[in-house]
Design a protein around this ligand. Structure first.
Ligand code: 1GP
Ligand code: MG
Length: 279
């Protein structure tokens, strides 16, 4: 817990360049050790990090390769103002509800006098609606969803994306998304605030059979710093699968960081192991 709290301080402080970097570097080192550690029980057997019974998936950037569409469109819009879109701004936008991300975009780039957040969303929408239907699943997404569903582990989706975009993004993947017990979207009336508020994950935990489920029994999969923070704010465990271009300083808050879902080992979290590759 101490490591998590300290990491959270670093994560929050990393937004303000006043923290002493060495502290965060050594915390990062501790995190790396912990990231690959699993507890060794008295009998020498590996015991899981936690006894997970339910799983919540984020969608954009985690299950679907859609973050690149947002980046592409935002680069085009910014080019008109002779500005470039970079990953430090991306890190602040991803995972958020559309209007919240839009306000960050126009204010941080200094174009809000020429383009309001609402105007930005209308312009972005026109370009995204032709890109979203081409969305592909991320590596390992289908395999993990099908495995957990086949083993009877309750799974659901909790995304910042609103219904209209959700339909466009998932229209070629209806079968795999139909395996979700329920789906909480960014425009759900119960989701008052977007990530990093815990609303979307707490709402998702409530809608499982027998909900609300104890957050400590829930494992969240996320790609974005705001989503990881939302899961921690909800008291849940979180595996982060970040884009490799995201600054590593954003990795310190997650309980585990993976390069791809293909590297996930269910048994490490008390979940049924895969048959096909021994983990
Ligand atoms: O919560 P997710 O599914 O990542 O969606 C966020 C989306 O609004 C784009 O960043
Ligand atoms: Mg995401």
């Amino acid at each position: 817990m101490l490591l998590q709290t300290a990491s959270l301080v670093c994560f929050k402080a990393s937004l303000y360049p006043t923290v002493i970097p060495q502290i965060c570097v050594s915390l990062r080192r501790l995190r790396e050790i912990r990231n690959h550690a699993t507890m060794v029980g008295p009998s020498g057997s590996l015991s899981p990090r936690a006894s997970i019974t339910h799983v919540i998936f984020d969608m954009d950037g985690l299950l679907l390769d859609t973050e690149k569409f947002y980046t592409e469109v935002q680069e085009i819009i910014l080019a008109r103002f002779n500005k470039t879109f970079d990953w430090s701004l991306k890190a602040k936008m991803m995972g958020k509800k559309a209007i919240e991300a839009a306000k960050v975009f126009v204010e941080e780039t200094g174009i809000s006098d020429s383009l309001s957040a609402e105007q930005f969303l209308v312009e972005r929408e026109e370009m995204l609606k032709t890109l979203f239907p081409t969305s592909e699943l991320m590596p390992g997404a289908s395999r993990l969803i099908r495995h957990l569903h086949a083993k009877g582990v309750p799974i659901c989706l909790a995304t910042g994306t609103h219904r209209r975009h959700f339909e466009l993004k998932t229209q070629r993947h209806g079968e795999v998304f139909s395996l979700m017990h329920h789906i909480v979207l960014g425009d759900d009336p119960e989701v008052k605030q977007g990530k990093p508020s815990p609303d979307v994950f707490l709402t998702a935990a409530k809608r499982f059979e027998g909900g609300p489920i104890d957050p400590l029994q829930i494992l969240v999969f996320e790609d974005a710093p705001s989503g990881v923070l939302a899961a921690k704010n909800a008291g849940m465990h979180v595996v982060m699968v970040p884009d490799p271009r995201l600054d590593k300083s954003f990795n310190d808050t997650a309980d585990q960081v993976l390069n791809t879902l293909l590297d996930f080992n269910p048994a490490e979290w008390g979940l049924p192991p895969f048959e096909d590759s021994g983990n």
